[in-house]
Design a binder for this molecule. Sequence first.
Ligand code: AGP
Length: 613
Amino acid sequence: MCGIFGAISDNHNILPTLLNGLEQLEYRGYDSAGIAFISNGRTERIRAVGRVENLRNEASRYQGSIAIGHTRWATHGGVSVENAHPHQSHHLMIVHNGIIDAYEEHKKRLIQKGYAFESETDTEVLAHLLHEATLNNADLISAVKQVIATVTGNYALLVMDQNDPTSLIATAQGCPLILGLKDDTTFIASDIAAIIPETNRLIYLEQGDCVIMQAGNIAYFSNQAEQVLSPIAISEKIQISDLSIEKLDIGHYTHFMLKEIFEQPHVIEKTALKAITQQFDPELFGEKAVTLFPQVKHIQILACGTSYFAGMVAKYWIESIAKIPTHVEISSEYRYREVLIEDGTMIVTISQSGETLDTIEAKKHAEENGAFASLAICNVKESVLPRTSDCRLYTEAGIEVGVASTKAFTTQLTALFILANALAKSQGKMDETTLSKHLQMLRELPAMIAQSFNCQEIASQWGTLLLNAKSTLYLGRGIHFPIAAEGALKLKEISYIHAESYPAGELKHGPLALVDDQMPIIALLPHDDLFEKVRANLHEVLARKGKLFIITDSKVPLDDLKGAHIMHVPEVSCALSPILLTIPVQLIAYYAALVRGEDIDKPRNLAKSLTVE
Ligand code: AGP
């Protein structure tokens, strides 16, 4: 995924603001960055491999009141200046997030028509298609409409024309674009993080719509209404964000990831608040949920990465609380498989960004094969998945800057626990005692999470002990196996230490061969009904001199597990212990990456969300 930011102002220098906003978007992709602007009637372009910071020096030599910018996570074409956006075709400059289908065919035809290419990107193809369209259209907006009517794929696109320095043109399909309105300046960005420092008056571009941005005003072309919106209709689209610039600040933390780990008690409480006051009422998920939930006979969860592990935990809750058969699938696998969907199947997508292409396409695949309803658990308001679903519940994690998901994950788990209870209640499977017990568990959860931070010191020590590890094994069982998987993913993605997760009971069926006195094994030993089983599994490890690190919320003495490192976290009700046991594995990964000096908030090769295959 990439980050787009553009602005047009009434004759004041917008370049510093543009660069600051782009830096807020770097978590979306940080392989390379670039800006283009019009200064003294000339289009200038500055591009660099690496961070936005690398643009500042040259940009400081210019002034411009109209500019577009981009941070890139490489898809088509390697990491190079030539592949960095903006891309140019004659008098046009564009920046783009997404992917254009079959761009090679377009490229061949354009080359035959005499267009010269400098990059390997699909975006440059789009730039030349737009220039070609201007040759037979009266104005640029018509050319843009012609091109988006002919290409397929998903895109958020921003166009600047040297021949018209008074406006920018934007359009989007399948990728978010948000307008920010200020008195004499209009902004547009992939994410509100770039806009909030300037204004909280936002308009979310509807899919397929186009907008001409001028200093302080816009012309909005609605695809659905097939007309230009009136000023009143435009004002009705304005949303006031409650996000503040302070919340984007790193504060006293060394990394956003650590800040976001410590925000979890607060954001979990925010996510649970309405569910507690409304006692798991299905309407929490939107008005359609009231009629849809009673009809749900099967649940199909679709997600990727950390969100997929949240789905794995949700399966246990939905099946045990709501008694609804639940299957969890990796989106990128599911979308290409011949799927069999039973009557009464509701699709549940879990996505922090709401714009992960694999999950968007997997949801479409399920709907094409008979799913009767859809529900999105998502952290980004108005993003593609919640917008295209029948029901939705937003996690209240706030902007998650760290590429490694932390608070988004635990608020997803909170939302999924709420979903299991709301489904049970809507189907008459929730008695008053259970309802009160689960509500009380949610009320107590934030304080328990806060208490679990007491493990920080030990987690730091364990992180140091992993410094030279070549590979690690994470063990969990039952509802806690997904947390072992999440711990392994956290360690991999920020410390670059290989980590594998395994169900503890499976160890003897092969992975036990890996155990020696070198490889660290991190095991979750919750005080649930599998406690003795897992304890026996851990004896198998110790019997082979395994380097064992045990995380437990049990008060049962573990003297028999001699030689193991032990970390105690507060005991919480079994149902919610997966959320609690997530904290230690997050902190262990953080400190392992810290001691190895890795770039924790922007790990190599990764991006915050993947709007591409
Ligand atoms: C987790 O730390 C990663 N950031 C990644 O696995 C992420 O969970 C995955 O890409 C799914 O993203 P989404 O939740 O925005 O759909």
